[in-house]
Design a protein around this ligand. Structure first.
Ligand code: TYD
Length: 209
């Protein structure tokens, strides 16, 4: 089997990180060679860039600076972590990728999808996921989940307004409509068990071709 690159996308509190770790465990049980990783971060240099981006004291961060930092972290992570594992024929499960930048920087921060896509094409040399799972939940529900979940870090983006998070959700819907084959939408308003089952089905479908 050749490697497969699967990304997990969605707004805050959609449960994608929890589902990702459950799916990883299940795939490993079945004998697959899996790397679970995340953006921004996933390699030493990219984690350092993450700290700069998400630091709550960086209130003066310009939105284009932010977009460039995400793209820089993405490049380093892709080269150091994602591509080597795919080359070995493994599965890479990645929490967020280019779609996050299109949605958060392109739409919600109003830079424009085309400009953000361009810097990302430079960063990734056009590399796309084989499958993207978009975990869809109303921001009211997602944000309420985050506030009640004390173990999770509260970052600069969580402070954004409800309108910002609604724009994020609408933009994901837009991307899903443009690429319904690659981007599969999963209703994430249900229990984590139900959401994991749906995600598992989509992933097995792609793995088994
Ligand atoms: P994180 O704590 O990983 O949040 P989550 O669990 O919701 O993924 O923080 C990542 C934040 O970075 C999240 O608010 C979305 C944002 N982000 C962007 O704005 N653009 C990007 O390209 C990426 C990868 C993330």
């Amino acid at each position: 089997m050749s490697g497969l690159f699967i990304t997990f996308e969605g707004g805050e509190g959609a449960g994608k990180s929890t589902v990702l770790s459950r799916i990883k465990a299940r795939l490993e049980k079945e004998g697959y060679d899996v790397v679970a990783t995340r953006e921004p971060g996933g390699s030493l240099i990219a984690e350092k860039i993450r700290q700069v981006i998400l630091d709550p004291i960086h209130t003066e961060m310009d939105s284009r600076t932010e977009a460039l930092l995400y793209a820089a972290a993405r490049r380093q992570h892709l080269v150091e972590t994602v591509l080597p594992h795919l080359k070995k024929g493994g599965l890479v499960l990645c929490d967020r990728f280019v779609d996050s930048s299109l949605v958060y920087q392109g739409v919600a921060r109003e830079i424009g999808i085309d400009d953000v896509l361009n810097i990302n094409l430079f960063a990734t040399e056009g590399k796309l996921p084989d499958l993207t799972l978009f975990f869809d939940v109303a921001p009211e529900i997602g944000l309420a989940r985050i506030t009640s979940h004390h173990g999770r870090e509260f970052n600069r983006l969580d402070r954004e307004s409800l309108t910002f998070h609604k724009q994020v959700r609408d933009a994901y819907h837009q991307l899903h409509k443009q690429e319904p084959e690659r981007i599969r939408m999963i209703d994430a308003s249900h229990s984590i068990e139900e959401v994991t089952i749906k995600a598992w089905k989509e992933i097995k479908h792609v793995i088994e071709g």
